[in-house]
Design a protein around this ligand. Structure first.
Ligand code: 5RP
Length: 228
């Protein structure tokens, strides 16, 4: 099976999960990325059972609205029973690297409100020790060089994210991203805390302090569910 087929398989499994587990009239939390896009497409057929969705990016908002979902401002919402999102890497404890799609800050905010974080990923995302995928860090533009020096002192090699056209990539929040390679993340919670407290860092793409509660992993033998 191709990676895209595995992604489609977990997206469908997540839609089935949501149909079963999310009460009628509840608000759905929706992530960002290619797997999350497939989830949006799969869940759209029963969109009317939700009061609406809270989205983690402008891109997901557009896709949800194209399907006729009501997209709600998080400030209007008290409870999100389930948040569904992809990951760039996930380890055996449910800790993740996220932010390959640049939406890490809004993803972390929406996830923090959700009762259950359902991670949807193809089998290539499950790793022993995270850090092969460069760790995204969203940074206030004026702090970019200062934060890059601090990240280098932690042993990483930070690189400013650029667009395909060669410009500086900007997040939905108007910030920049440093993608940090060369980190072997043996202590994900400690590293999340250490990077988050650097002045100028908005969010680090480590989701360890609040990791996934459920993993739906797409494998050649079908979808494997893990509850953390
Ligand atoms: C976006 C993310 C995505 O969840 C992550 O990059 C995985 O993306 P994909 O489903 O396209 O592999 O964190 O900021």
């Amino acid at each position: 099976m191709t990676q895209d087929e595995l992604k489609a398989q977990v997206a469908q499994a997540a839609a089935d999960y949501v149909e079963k587990e999310v009460p009628e009239g509840a608000v759905l939390g929706v992530g960002t990325g290619s797997t999350a896009n497939l989830f949006i497409d799969a869940v759209a057929r029963f969109k009317d059972r939700f009061a609406g969705a809270v989205s983690s990016s402008e891109a997901s908002t557009r896709r949800l609205q194209q399907h006729g979902f009501k997209v709600l401002d998080l400030n209007e919402v008290d409870e999100i029973p389930v948040y569904v999102d992809g990951a760039d890497e996930i380890d055996a404890s449910g800790a993740m690297i996220k932010g390959g799609g640049g939406a890490l800050t809004r993803e972390k905010i929406v996830a923090s409100v959700a009762r259950t974080f359902v991670c949807i990923a193809d089998a290539s995302k499950l790793v022993g020790v995270m850090g092969q995928f460069p760790l995204p860090v969203e940074v206030i533009p004026m702090a970019r060089a200062a934060v890059a020096r601090q990240l280098a002192a932690l042993g990483g090699q930070p690189r400013l994210r650029m667009t395909k056209e060669g410009g500086i990539y900007k997040t939905d929040n108007g910030n920049v991203i440093l993608d940090v390679s060369g980190l072997a993340i043996g202590d994900p919670k400690g590293m999340e805390q250490a990077i988050n407290q650097l002045p100028g860092v908005v969010t680090v793409g480590l989701f360890a302090l609040r990791g996934a509660d459920v993993l739906l992993l797409g494998t050649a033998d079908g979808v494997r569910r893990t509850d953390f």
